[in-house]
Ligand binder design. Structure first.
Ligand SMILES: [Zn+2]
Length: 227
């Protein structure tokens, strides 16, 4: 949202800053935010909660960075294109100013709240896309993500553990997984003790595991499979 909209929507007075990070052209400010001070606050909402402010296109930043001990925000003004936070280290009675320019700001709540309606948005997951939608006004935020196993660089082996009967269903599956002929698959199934039937990445291991479990074959994965 624009800085003007942000400052008209969010009253930061008395909220506490716990961390400030300036990275490339982004300024991140972690705030223990006073929901109870806001217009539209309802009694059954939480009184406070952590929010992350992400200011974009910050080319000059004049202020402190790092973890700070809950410095309180006295006020925030927007003047001559500069955003100026006046904050106070209450414990040591020291005042600081954070002065910067920014093109826009995103406010990330622990619960995702609509920037306009202040109500919790519904999360939807579709493939690699995660989105939150406000059912009141339709405002939405979309982000893409990857599951940890999709980025896992390790190679895993799947071993068939014990002697199996070697039914046609089992033979077909092992032949498919081990990429071998039926006769070879039958031999693997009737072998006592572990035989490696597959070596590859976690994504494939997950889909093979599902197939093996479905027909009740006994197997193990090495190294230990964390998913
Ligand atoms: Zn809304």
């Amino acid at each position: 949202m624009t800085i003007t909209k942000f400052l008209s929507r969010y009253n930061l007075h008395d909220s506490l800053i716990s961390e400030i990070t300036f990275d490339d052209d982004k300024l991140f400010i972690t705030v223990d935010f006073c929901y109870w001070m806001q217009n539209g606050y309802k009694d059954d909402d939480p009184e406070t909660g952590v929010i992350n402010l992400i200011f974009h296109d910050v080319h000059s930043y004049d202020g402190i960075t790092g973890k700070v001990d809950d410095f309180s925000i006295l006020d925030v003004v927007y003047k001559d294109n500069f955003i100026i936070f006046s904050i106070c280290d209450d414990y040591n009675d020291v005042f600081y100013k954070l002065k910067f320019t920014a093109s826009s700001v995103n406010v990330m709540h622990e619960r995702m709240l609509c920037e306009d309606c202040w109500i919790e948005m519904k999360q939807h997951k579709n493939g690699h896309t995660l989105s939150w939608v406000c059912e009141n006004c339709g405002y939405n935020i979309t982000t893409s993500f990857f599951e940890p196993y999709e980025d896992d660089p390790n190679t895993y082996s799947i071993y068939l553990n014990s002697e199996h009967k070697g039914t046609l269903e089992e033979i077909k599956l092992i032949s498919e997984i081990a990429k071998c002929k039926y006769l070879e698959a039958k031999k693997i199934l009737r072998t006592i003790g572990p035989t490696e039937i597959f070596r590859g990445k976690a994504v494939e291991v997950i889909s093979i595991r599902e197939k093996l479990e479905k027909i009740g074959l006994v197997f193990s994965i090495f190294p230990e499979f964390p998913y």
